[in-house]
Design a protein around this ligand. Structure first.
Ligand code: MN
Ligand code: MN
Length: 467
């Protein structure tokens, strides 16, 4: 057979769009991706909740010479600052040669993930078992959170103002917690119910103890008393202190490589730490940038970005206003020239649930970093639909730097939908588009991503900053 390509083949090559596959990636690039993901797994394991992700990012930034932002200081090109919002969100800025005069480059990811929060009055006893009442956080398929080991993370603020950090259940020899489920033998009624009714939010009660307080003189709520006595000994708290606490239950399991080929990573909270980590590393690695680059890791995305640590807060806007003032420009002028990669995940095509997707406009595991021009639902409601011009600029950035990428819509039209922080950034008069990593089993306690896709996200944020 002739090696020469036919005219048709050449024409096809010239005119048709064939996205780059993982097959075309050089072995060195795959090795770099695997190495990068070792760091990612460490970050993921250390950061199940947003406060921990901030603490990790802060320590990493300090190590790279970032200093705390001082609104009264005058910064020069090359300076690196961090600015923490209430311990739950963090901005990392590398000051550019032009400051923010020509706008800032923003990479924004969220560091909160779906989980189970404790109610203000959580602890109760029923039939000699101690349990926690909970209120789930973000979009959960509730049944997925039953019968798996859970650990407790968060903070408690006592009446005297002392702050106690809680972390229970991570270590191999530590106890953990669990939401119970009904045995199949007695689930004849449960299994015929629609999924939303088979297991409700009020059923997410967490088992936390079963032994009575040993030295009791009466019989009243002794299992609950025993749990309180253990917590009092360990953290010095009383039951009332639950009222001023933020306590979350997250899966106990650590990130693990997936597949015989170790090509993927399974773990809790890929949405959206799998974008937060590459964006963090891009800020830590960026040197000698033209425009000021800011990685912002925000909170509350999973519950609508409301609140003072969410993307709808003015925290980032005011930070950019401050930087603009230093550069002698109006804040709103700086914003109008700013550009943003909204760093969030998209749903990877799953062959088992193929009918939920539209194959030509879905993103795929190993397809590279995914650009979502818009998200939303029901005829592009509730989204920022990026302009052809900005899409064109980002596409060129990726192509010119040989970054493997793909386009992705979230599932087929009118099946459901979702949103990201992109629309809140767009509302500040900033050009923005979603760029992130494809995820299988999104919002499940154990989500899956591809290692090369994670690395391509890092390369995209890095080139976005330094170009
Ligand atoms: Mn997300
Ligand atoms: Mn999400």
């Amino acid at each position: 057979m002739s090696e020469e390509k036919t005219k048709t083949a050449l024409l096809r090559e010239q005119l048709m769009n064939e996205p780059k596959t993982v097959k075309e990636l050089p072995a060195e690039e795959i090795a770099k991706a695997d190495a990068f993901c070792e760091g990612y797994k460490t970050f993921l394991n250390a950061s199940p909740v947003e406060r921990e992700a901030v603490a990790y990012s802060l320590a990493a930034a300090k190590e790279k010479g970032f200093t705390e932002y001082d609104p009264n200081a005058q910064y020069k090109p090359g300076d690196k600052v961090y600015y923490v919002n209430r311990g739950k969100a963090i901005a990392l800025a590398v000051i550019g040669k032009n400051g923010v005069k020509n706008g800032a480059r923003l990479a924004i990811a969220h560091i909160d993930s779906p989980r189970i929060d404790l109610k203000p009055n959580p602890l109760y006893e029923a039939n000699n078992l101690a349990l926690f009442k909970t209120h789930y956080y973000g979009g959960l398929k509730k049944y997925q959170w039953t019968a798996i080991p859970l650990t407790l993370h968060g903070v408690i603020v006592k009446l005297d103002g002392t702050r106690v950090e809680v972390k229970w259940g991570d270590e191999e020899n530590e106890s953990c917690f669990c939401v119970t489920d009904l045995l199949p033998h007695l689930a004849q009624e449960q299994v015929t119910k629609p999924m939303a009714k088979a297991f409700t939010g009020e059923d997410l009660n967490v088992l936390v103890g079963s032994r009575p307080y040993a030295e009791a003189e009466d019989e009243k709520e002794l299992v609950k008393l025993n749990v309180m006595s253990i917590l009092n000994e360990k953290y010095g708290i009383t039951e009332g202190d639950f009222l001023s606490a933020e306590l979350c239950l997250v899966p106990s399991f650590k990130a693990k490589d997936i597949g015989f080929d170790r090509s993927m990573i399974g773990g809790y909270g890929h949405d959206d730490k799998v974008c937060a980590y590459p964006a963090l590393m891009a800020a830590l690695d960026a040197e000698a940038v033209e425009s000021t680059c800011i990685t912002y890791l925000t909170d509350k995305e999973e519950i609508g970005s409301d609140g003072n640590t969410g993307m709808q807060s003015d925290f980032l806007r005011y930070f950019i206003y401050d930087l603009a003032k230093q550069d002698g420009v109006e804040g709103y002028r700086a914003l109008s020239k700013s550009t943003c990669l909204s760093a969030d995940v998209n749903a990877a095509f799953d062959p088992t649930y193929a009918s939920a997707f539209e194959a030509k406009n879905s993103c795929y595991i190993n397809g590279g970093v995914v650009i979502s021009k818009y998200t939303g639902h029901g005829g592009k409601y509730d989204t920022s639909d990026a302009s052809a011009e900005y899409m064109g600029a980002v596409r060129a950035l990726l192509e010119n730097n040989n970054i493997q990428w793909q386009i992705g819509e979230l599932g087929r039209v009118d099946l459901g939908g979702g949103g990201t922080i992109a629309k809140y950034v767009a509302n500040m008069n900033v050009d923005v588009i979603d760029l992130g990593v494809p995820v299988l089993s999104m919002h499940a306690p154990f989500e899956i991503v591809s290692k090369t896709d994670v690395y391509m996200a890092y390369r995209a944020f890095y080139e976005f900053f330094v170009q």
